[in-house]
Design a protein around this ligand. Sequence first.
Ligand code: ZN
Length: 324
Amino acid sequence: MKRLSALVIVVFLLAMVPAFHPVGATQTDLSGYTICVDAGHGGTDPGAVANGVEEKDINLAIALKVAKLLEEDGAKVVLTRDGDYYVSLSDRVSIANSAGCDIFISIHANAASDTSASGFEVYHYYGSTKGNLLATYVDEEIAKEIPLKNRGVKEAGFYVIKYTTMPAILIETGFVTNTYDVSIITDENYQWKYAYAILHGVQRYFGVPVHDPVPTVTGIRFAQHDGYFRVVLDVSQNTSYETFYYYYGYYVVVEVPNAKLADLGWSTDGDWQYTSTGSSTVPYIYATEYNGTVYVVLELNTPYAKYSAFTLSDPYRIVVDVYS
Ligand code: ZN
């Protein structure tokens, strides 16, 4: 059996999947958008303090989760702060304006002398039509996820939503002065629910179908070790995958459904990216994304060479060791 050339494997693998390429499809994720996420307060400015919590910590915890999901969905995210330090209001505005952000999302928690005051609300600047639209979508999505009273969309003249030049909202996630609200806004699972709700509201604002981020194979690394050749797929989030031999055992295919493939910086041939490895165990690796499935193909020097596949978490990686 003669070894297949790169071109032949391309043809064979393309036959595995429906030969249909959407042309001129509408945008399906947030790629191309720049979004400013503003965690209120920070450093010497704790924001509201009550019930043993400081507002700045809640704001940052939610903002970082929002940023992660927006990035996983393709957006470029600009954070006004990514840690516990002080940033002035004018600096926050400058960061957003100079980065040319498309929208601005400020995250805060509320406080009131009446400890029974409870719930979330979303502000936009007075009379801002686009701000109102963004605020409405985000408010509606939070209401689906968070078991707190929806205090609704409101107008205000807060500095950061007044002086930013893009549509801007300020979310009050709940009251630090209310013990039930605190139990929600400090809970990591609920913080993720806020983040997903904000993502979905942003998707609606930009006319993108509401969805959770699709896992992306962001990189493929490899190295020859003593007795085995290791291939590592870096994936943006946990996902399922399958591995199988293909074409008389000359190839091991890693199939990652419902995933996207980043530009690996490899050589390209049509829809495929490929690289030589310098290893005699796996001389070539090919990768492509087709109809929402990522295929990574390891060319074997020895048909049916033994391999093992497993995953590592945080960050999520799919590892395939091919034994030589
Ligand atoms: Zn605040």
